[in-house]
Design a protein around this ligand. Structure first.
Ligand code: HEM
Length: 675
C-alpha cells in the first residue's frame, strides 16, 4: 500500500490499534490471526459506510457510491466491491477483505507514525511516540486522539446515560469482537460492564452487522477459500545438490540460486525437530518479515533447548512479544555505538595489544586468530573479565549445545560427555567471575559495560530477569565476538586482495592514527572512515556471517500468496538477495562503490540484511560497525598483511556460522608502524 497521508480524519482502524497500545511498555498488544484480521477488515468496511460509499443491512452489503475517497486505507476495498458487480453479504466482504488485513495494519501503523502518535523503532516495533511518552502529554492536536478515543469509549462504557455517536458504537462493537476490552479494563470492571458493552455494541446497525459478521466469520469462516493460496513447492535432495555453491559453503549465493529456480518459498526435503522446514528468501520476503514477522513468527521454539543447556528459562534471542520489546529497550543503550565510542581509548589499547603479538614474517591462521583477537576486546569491554584462557572451551560447549539442541545434528547426550561436562563448568566459572567483578566496590569509577546493564536489570526486577537467566547473555557476548572475528577475517582478506582498496584504507588509517595521533570518537566521522565503512559493508554483503535464521510459525500466515500453517519451521535466508543482479550491479564483483550515495544499492527495501530482520535484528549492529572500523584501520596502519599461501582461493566453512576456512593464513609482510 502507498504511503499514507494525515489529511484524512482518524479512521476506525487507527483508533482500534491505538486502543490496544500498552501504555506502560509502549508495546502494541495485537493478537494476529483470523479474528484480528476480520476486525481490521471490518473496520475498513465500517469506515466506507461512514463515508457513504456502502450500506449494509443484515442481508447484504450494497454499493452506494463507487467514487474513490482518496484514502488509500479505504479505496482498494471500495474498488474491489465496485468491480465485483455482485451483491454479497457483509460477512462475505469481511472475509474477502482479510486478505488485505496485513496491508491495512501496515498502512494504519505508517499513518500513526506520520501523525507523530507512534514511533517506529528498528526491529519492527511501534511504540507511543517519544515526544508523547516523555512529556506525558499529547502536544499536537492529533496526539490527543489516543487519549480522546480511550476517554470517549470508557465514558460510554462506564456511564449508562451517555449516548455514543455511531462511530463510537462501531468502535465498541469491534473492540468487543476482538477482546479489546479485556486489555482496556480490569477483570472485575470488565465483568461488571459486559452487559453495557454488549448493549452499545448492538446500537448501530453497521456496527452490529460488522460485529455479527466478524463473529460469524471467526466461528465458522465461510469464504476462506476465497483467499486463493498456492501450494508450497517441495524441493528434492537433487535440487539442493545442484546448487554447487552449497558445496563451497556460500549459503546466500546457493539460496539465491534456489530462489531463482523455485521461487521465494519452498519446502525442504527434511524435517527439523519433527517439523516441516520451509525456506523463505527474496526481497519481498525480507520486507514481509520486517513488517509482519512479529505477528506470526516465534523464536522460542527452536531456541528453548539451547537456553536450558545454560540453565536459562528466557533469553533475549528466545523472547517474543512485549517482554522481548522491554528487554531490548532496557539493554539498547549498553549495546549502542555511543557506549563503545565512550570507551574508544580502551578499544584501541586492547586492539593494539593483541596486534603486537605478531612480528614481521609471522604467519597465522586468519579465522581463529582474528576470532581470539576480537574475543579479547569483547571480554574486556563487554563483560569486564579476562576469560581468554578458557574462551575456546566456552565456545566449544556453546557450539556443541547448538548442534545437539538446535540443529539436532548430534544426539542430545553428546552434550553430556565428560569433556562437555568439564567445558560446561567453564560457563559457571565465567558467570561467577563476572558477578564477583561487578560489585559496586569493584566497579567504582569504571564505565558501565554490558554486564553492568544486565546485572542492573536483574537487581531492579529479579522476576523479569532472574539469576538463572544471567549466564546466557554473558556467553552470548563471547559468541558474538566470534561472528565479529569471522567478519573481520573476511573483511581483511578482501582488503589485502585488492591493492587499490588496501591503499585507500591505509590512507584513512594514516589520517586518523599517523604522527602519533590518538583519535577520539568525534574523529570517526562518516568522511574520515568512508572507504573503511563501505569495505566492511561490502564484505558483509558478499560474506554474511549469519546468512539465515530459524523461526517457528505461531499463527497461520499467507506470505506471497502461500499459506503457511502453524508449527512450520522457517529457514529465513535473509541474505539471499545479496546475490541478486536485479538489486546489486554485478553481484559477484566485490565493489565498495555500490554504497556511494548516487548508487546506494543496499537501500532498496529487503535487499541488504547482514544483521538480520525484524524484531531480533542485531542489537549490537552499530557497536559492531565502530569496532570493525577501528580494527580494520589499526590493522591497515600497523601491519602490511598478505594472504598465505599466495594462490589461496577463498573457501568458506558455513557451520555453525560462516567463516573463512582453516586454510586461510595471513602473513605479516611488514610491520609498517611498530606498536
Ligand atoms: C559481524 C558481526 C555480527 C553480525 C553479522 C551479527 C548479526 C546478527 C544477526 C543476524 C542477529 C539476529 C539473529 C536472529 O534473528 O536469529 C543478531 C542478533 C543479536 N546480536 Fe549480533 N551480530 C554481530 C555481532 C554482534 C556483537 C559484537 C554484539 C554485541 C556486542 C551483538 C549483539 C546481538 C544481540 C544482543 C542480538 C540479539 C537481538 C535480539 O534477539 O533481540 N551482535 N546479530
Amino acid at each position: 500500500m502507498e504511503s499514507t497521508s494525515v489529511q484524512f480524519p482518524i479512521r476506525l482502524a487507527e483508533e482500534l490499534i491505538l486502543l490496544m497500545l500498552d501504555e506502560q511498555s509502549g508495546y502494541l498488544e495485537m493478537v494476529p490471526g483470523w479474528d484480528f484480521s476480520c476486525v481490521m477488515a471490518g473496520a475498513v468496511l465500517a469506515d466506507l459506510a461512514l463515508e457513504d460509499r456502502i450500506d449494509t443491512d443484515l442481508k447484504a452489503l450494497y454499493l452506494v457510491d463507487s467514487g474513490p475517497t482518496g484514502d488509500n486505507l479505504l479505496d482498494p476495498t471500495l474498488k474491489e466491491i465496485a468491480e465485483s458487480g455482485e451483491t454479497r453479504d457483509t460477512q462475505y466482504w469481511i472475509e474477502r477483505n482479510t486478505g488485505r488485513s496485513d496491508e491495512i495494519v501496515t498502512a494504519t501503523l505508517d499513518r500513526l507514525v506520520e501523525r507523530k502518535i507512534l514511533d517506529y523503532e528498528s526491529g519492527g516495533f511501534w511504540g507511543l511516540s517519544r515526544s508523547v511518552s516523555r512529556s506525558g502529554a499529547y502536544p499536537a492536536s492529533d496526539m490527543k486522539v489516543r487519549q480522546e478515543a480511550r476517554t470517549r469509549i470508557l465514558n460510554v462504557i462506564l456511564n449508562d446515560d451517555s449516548i455514543p455517536d455511531p462511530s463510537d458504537a462501531i468502535l465498541i462493537a469491534l473492540m468487543h469482537t476482538c477482546g479489546g476490552f479485556k486489555l482496556l479494563l480490569e477483570p472485575e470492571d470488565y465483568e461488571d460492564r459486559l452487559e453495557r458493552i454488549e448493549l452499545v455494541a448492538k446500537l448501530d446497525l453497521i456496527g452490529r452487522t460488522v460485529a455479527t459478521a466478524v463473529r460469524d466469520s471467526t466461528v465458522t469462516p465461510r469464504t476462506r477459500p476465497v483467499l486463493r493460496t498456492k501450494s508450497i513447492p517441495k524441493l528434492r535432495f537433487i535440487d539442493i545438490l545442484r546448487q554447487r555453491d552449497f558445496l563451497s559453503g556460500n549459503i546466500p549465493k546457493a539460496m539465491y540460486g534456489i530462489f531463482r529456480n523455485h521461487g521465494p518459498i519452498v519446502e525442504l526435503p527434511f524435517k527439523m525437530r519433527k517439523s516441516r522446514v520451509v525456506a523463505l528468501m527474496g526481497p519481498e520476503i525480507n520486507q514481509w518479515v520486517n513488517k509482519h514477522g512479529r505477528f506470526y513468527l516465534r523464536s522460542k521454539d527452536y531456541i528453548k533447548d539451547l537456553e536450558s543447556a545454560f540453565g536459562a528459562s528466557r533469553t533475549l534471542p528466545g523472547m517474543d512479544g512485549a517482554e522481548h520489546y522491554r528487554m531490548r529497550k532496557e539493554l539498547k543503550g549498553a549495546y549502542s555505538r555511543s557506549a563503545l565510542a565512550n570507551r574508544l581509548p580502551e578499544l584501541i589499547h586492547h586492539c593494539r595489544k593483541s596486534l603486537s603479538r605478531w612480528s614481521e614474517g609471522d604467519a597465522f591462521p586468519a579465522t581463529s586468530e582474528f576470532q581470539n583477537h576480537i574475543s579479547s576486546q569483547i571480554s574486556h569491554l563487554v563483560i569486564g573479565v579476562d576469560c581468554a584462557h578458557y574462551v575456546d572451551e566456552l565456545l566449544e560447549y556453546e557450539h556443541r549445545a547448538l548442534v545437539t539442541q538446535v540443529q539436532g545434528a548430534l544426539p542430545k547426550f553428546m552434550l553430556r560427555t565428560p569433556k562437555m561436562k568439564r567445558y560446561g563448568k567453564r560457563v559457571w566459572e565465567l558467570h561467577e567471575s563476572i558477578v564477583r567483578s561487578h560489585t559496586p566496590g569493584q566497579r567504582k569509577g569504571k564505565p558501565q559495560d554490558i554486564a553492568d546493564a544486565i546485572l542492573g536489570l536483574h537487581k531492579s526486577d529479579p522476576q523479569f530477569l532472574p539469576e538463572t537467566d544471567l549466564t546466557f547473555p554473558f556467553v552470548a557476548a563471547m559468541v558474538a565476538s566470534i561472528y565479529l572475528g569471522s567478519g573481520l577475517a573476511f573483511t581483511v582478506y578482501s582488503m589485502i586482495r585488492d591493492p587499490d582498496l588496501h591503499e585507500k584504507i591505509r590512507k584513512e588509517a594514516e589520517a586518523l592514527f599517523g604522527n602519533g595521533r590518538e583519535p577520539g570518537p568525534e574523529d570517526f566521522t562518516h568522511d574520515a572512515i568512508d572507504a573503511t565503512a563501505r569495505l566492511y559493508m561490502e564484505s558483509l554483503r558478499v560474506h554474511p556471517v549469519i546468512p539465515w535464521q530459524l523461526r517457528m510459525v505461531m499463527n497461520e500466515c499467507i506470505v506471497n500468496g502461500y499459506q503457511i500453517p502453524v508449527k512450520t519451521m522457517l529457514l529465513i535466508c535473509q541474505t539471499a538477495p545479496h546475490y541478486s543482479k536485479e538489486l546489486f550491479k554485478d553481484p559477484l564483483e566485490f565493489d565498495i562503490d555500490r554504497y556511494l550515495p548516487e548508487r546506494s544499492e543496499h537501500t532498496t527495501p529487503g535487499a541488504y540484511a547482514p544483521y538480520g530482520l525484524g524484531t531480533h535484528m542485531c542489537l549490537g549492529s552499530r557497536w559492531v560497525e565502530l569496532q570493525m572500523a577501528v580494527n580494520v584501520l589499526l590493522i591497515a596502519y600497523h601491519l602490511k598483511l598478505e594472504v598465505a599461501p599466495a594462490d589461496y582461493k577463498l573457501g568458506i566453512n558455513p557451520f555453525p556460522t560462516s567463516a573463512p576456512n582453516k586454510k586461510l593464513k595471513f602473513r605479516v609482510a611488514q610491520v609498517t608502524n611498530p606498536i
